[in-house]
Design a protein around this ligand. Structure first.
Ligand SMILES: NC(=O)c1ccc[n+]([C@@H]2O[C@H](COP(=O)([O-])OP(=O)(O)OC[C@H]3O[C@@H](n4cnc5c(N)ncnc54)[C@H](O)[C@@H]3O)[C@@H](O)[C@H]2O)c1
Length: 252
């Protein structure tokens, strides 16, 4: 039996990387996937790939840094798919501009807060409100191993992901009575196109982090599979957890 039969999954940033892997996996498990993505070409490409594989998908152009855009995307998702059962707040990521607080541009701090933290917060605001109406659901947030262990050179991205871990716990407590579970994935270095770019522009930063991953680098599908577990009933008694997918980095 497929794990997300008849479920509607709203996935932000599903046009590339981990989000795309999750969109394809969730669709193959029976979900109707809403691709809430900023980049139209990538969003349409994910939609096309899912439909070509026999799955159900709707691309809705969304900018998670804009309240109006998120509000409208959630409303459109409910219009086209009927409800939201799974909300995967995946959009985000660090850049090569990040660094130690003493040298990192202040704008980079606000960029990370806006995309990773505000983007998650605002999508929960409208997405969870819909789940309450239909009697429950699951939320998967995207934190990072940087929220769990001390690392260097990411003093803009790390606080954003740390706060995502914190709101994962507080929202889990807040919404348990509505049968809504809230968990997060916390990947270490995961080989997406964006990270391949960072490997070239920040080879030392990525190498030093990756050296701590005893089981090697993570692939997007590894994160997608954990997100699927947290999204479906297999994890029905798990909430408020931040799950490291890190090749052992956080215990090393
Ligand atoms: N790749 C890693 O090593 C790694 C490690 C830890 C955590 N993460 C987290 O996993 C998530 C996915 O990372 P990834 O490496 O797959 O990223 P990615 O850059 O490959 O894909 C991110 C997607 O989000 C979209 N996006 C960006 N800004 C957006 C916005 N404002 N609104 C809507 N969509 C937007 C992009 O267009 C892109 O399609 C991020 O939250 C990231 O911080 C990644």
């Amino acid at each position: 039996m497929a794990k997300l039969t008849d479920k509607v999954a709203f996935i932000t940033g599903a046009g590339a990387g981990i989000g795309r892997a999750a969109a394809e996996l969730f669709a193959s498990e029976g979900a109707t996937v809403v691709i809430a993505e900023f980049n139209e070409a990538n969003g349409r490409d994910t939609e096309k790939a899912i439909r070509a594989a026999g799955g159900k998908a709707h691309f809705i152009q969304t900018d998670v840094t804009s309240e109006e855009s998120v509000k409208s995307a959630v409303a459109k998702a409910v219009q086209v798919a009927g409800r939201i059962d799974v909300l995967y707040n995946n959009a985000g990521g660090s850049t090569s501009v990040d660094g130690p607080v003493t040298t990192c541009p202040t704008d980079e701090f606000w960029r990370a807060i806006k995309v990773d933290l505000f983007g998650t917060w605002i999508t929960c605001k409208y997405g969870i409100a819909e789940m309450i109406k239909t009697g429950g659901g699951t939320v998967v947030n995207s934190s990072s191993v940087f929220a769990l262990v001390g690392t260097r050179n990411k003093d803009a991205y790390t606080p954003a992901k740390g706060a995502v871990a914190a709101i994962t716990r507080s929202m889990a407590v807040e919404f348990a009575e509505h049968k809504i579970r809230v968990n997060a994935v916390a990947p270490a270095v995961t080989v997406t196109e964006r990270v391949r770019g960072l490997m070239q522009s920040q080879p030392d930063v990525i190498r030093k982090t990756a050296e701590r991953q005893m089981l090697g680098l993570v692939e997007p599908i590894d994160v997608a599979r954990t997100a699927l577990y947290l999204a479906c009933d297999d994890s029905r008694t798990i909430t408020g957890q931040v799950i490291a997918i890190d090749g052992g980095m956080s215990i090393n």
